[in-house]
Design a protein around this ligand. Structure first.
Ligand code: HEC
Length: 195
C-alpha cells in the first residue's frame, strides 16, 4: 500500500501538471536568472557612472545616468523574456515609480530593515496568477553607498551644478535626502508566461 506521503506527492504532482501552476523549480530558476541579470546590470551601471564621472564629473554623470540607463536595460533584455527596471518609494524619474505590488514589497523591505535585517539580504519573489498568465516577479533591495550621496544626498552633499542639472531634467525629483544605511530602492524583474 502506498504511504500517505506518496499519495500526497502524487496528488500535488497531478495538480501541478493539470492547473499549470508554477512549479517550485521554475520559480527557483527564475530567481536564479533574475539575480544574474541584476548583477550584470548593476555592474554595467557602475561602469557607465565611473566613466562619466571621470570624463566630466558628477554633472556629466547625471546625463549619462538618464540616457544610458534605459539603453543598458534594453541591451540586457534583448535575448531574454525577463524585464528589468529600477524602482523606489522616492523616485527621481516618474517612469521608475513602483506599481502596487512593487510598492508593497518596498514597504516590507523598509519594515524588515527596521527589524535589523541587512539590506543585502532583502529580496522577495512571488508568482502571481491571472486567468490566462503566470507572472513571476522578483525584487532585490539596493543600498545607499557613499558615492550615491553626490546625487541622492542632501544640499551639502550635492554640488551646485549637479543640483541645477537635476532640477532641469527631473522637475519632479523625489530622490534626494538619502543617508548612508538607507534603502535607495530595488531592482525589479518580471516574466510573464501563458497558462
Ligand atoms: C551622477 C549622479 C548620480 C549618482 C552618483 C547616482 N545616481 Fe542614481 N540616479 C541618477 C539619475 C539622474 C537618475 C534618474 C535616471 C533615470 O532617468 O532613469 C537616478 C536614478 C536612480 C534609481 C532609479 C529610481 C529613480 O529614482 O528614478 C536608483 C535605484 C538609483 N538611482 C540608485 C543609485 C545608487 C544606489 C547610487 C550609488 C551607487 C546612485 N544612484 C548614484 C543620478 C545619480
Amino acid at each position: 500500500m502506498r504511504s500517505l506521503l506518496q499519495i500526497a506527492l502524487l496528488v500535488s504532482a497531478t495538480l501541478l501538471a493539470t492547473t499549470g501552476m508554477a512549479s517550485p523549480d521554475k520559480q527557483q530558476q527564475f530567481v536564479a536568472d533574475s539575480k544574474k541579470l541584476i548583477k550584470a546590470l548593476a555592474s554595467d551601471l557602475q561602469h557607465t557612472m565611473k566613466t562619466a564621472v571621470k570624463s566630466g564629473g558628477f554633472e556629466q554623470a547625471v546625463s549619462a545616468c538618464q540616457i544610458q540607463a534605459p539603453m543598458i536595460k534594453q541591451g540586457h533584455n534583448q535575448d531574454s523574456d525577463l524585464k528589468i527596471k529600477r524602482t523606489s518609494l522616492k523616485w527621481r524619474n516618474p517612469n521608475n515609480s513602483p506599481d502596487d505590488w512593487e510598492r508593497q514589497v518596498l514597504l516590507a523591505f523598509e519594515q524588515k530593515k527596521q527589524a535589523g535585517i541587512s539590506i543585502k539580504k532583502l529580496h522577495h519573489s512571488e508568482v502571481i496568477k491571472t486567468e490566462t498568465t503566470l507572472e513571476y516577479r522578483f525584487m532585490k533591495a539596493i543600498p545607499i553607498k557613499p558615492v550615491c550621496l553626490k546625487c541622492h544626498g542632501d544640499e551639502k552633499q550635492i554640488a551646485a551644478p549637479v543640483a541645477t542639472a537635476l532640477k532641469q531634467q527631473y522637475p519632479l525629483d523625489n530622490a534626494t535626502q538619502f543617508k548612508l544605511g538607507d534603502i535607495r530602492g530595488a531592482f525589479s524583474v518580471r516574466k510573464t508566461v501563458e497558462r
